[in-house]
Design a protein around this ligand. Sequence first.
Ligand code: ADP
Length: 335
Amino acid sequence: MIKDTLSARGVSRRYDDTTVVEDVSLKLKPGLITALLGGSGAGKSTLLRLFAGLEPVDAGEIWLGERALSKPGMTIAPDKRHIGLIFQDFALFPHLTAEQNVMFGLKALGKEAATAEARSWLERLDLTARAGAYPHELSGGEQQRVAIARALAPKPAAILMDEPFSGLDPALRSYVRDAALEAVRAAGIPALLVTHDPLEALESADHVAILKSGHLLQEGPAEEMYLQPRSADVAAALGPVNVMMADEVPAGLIDVPAGSQLVVRPEGILVEDSSPSRAQVVASQLSGGMTRLVLDMAGRRLIALVPRAGAPGAGHEIGIRLDPALSFIFPSAQV
Ligand code: ADP
């Protein structure tokens, strides 16, 4: 069966005098997970709520395939959209077991078929042994997997997830996320993942859209967004960056036209002993599997992320070079 694209076409949403989503167009394609990334208050949840029909649009339209779901003055109710929703707080029915929660949306099937379908979803999410447990007997990660199973079991036309993993213990988060998103991907439907975590967006989404102050800054495949940001804001949204105006860039490091801005990712600063660009190592700390260096270069602080093996310690003088693939020059100050 051909699945439909869920799209926002020039949507805006205002509260009183403040426009929190402005003229946003975004296509959620079937089979792709699109991460909607941005800081707190960027308008991510509001855009998700416009897709879901939990809020009306003030301008623009929401479409599912050939069907208009929202226009100014017309909002198809959330339960008529056949779109699955997942929130941070799981929102399971407390008086129903895991299996009964998943069966909830399957009433049209009849008891026997609904039970079989619910069990197959629980199995896919590695929850078979927990089928009879009530929500209060389940861990956060288990509850969220039940919520995902419950959302996907009725075969929704799309799924919208608002920070679904941010309430989970970091040690469990990536396991739950991988299991949940594998099931979402297998469903082959449009999927939106709202997150404020750039690593989560890059690790788990196929497509990334960046929202700032209600505006969509850029969207594209995750790797393209990381390697070809169109602005300093986009580069900064996807991970840590070093930012310098042209006149702050130490001579010999890289040519930056006057008035432009240099943005370099920490892993774009390479240690190269023979380089004439010298820097002092102010601090050298473990950061995950890498080493994070705080460098002083002619009075400028730079953060570098280098392989742990052979990383210089604090107090050393080193030569550095920039990796052109991770160094970006933009016309004017934007961060
Ligand atoms: P995000 O999900 O990116 O953190 P939100 O979409 O929740 O951002 O909110 C965007 C802006 O809209 C925020 O400034 C928030 O305070 C405001 N906002 C959200 N919901 C309402 C509401 N119901 N009434 C008034 N302002 C709201």
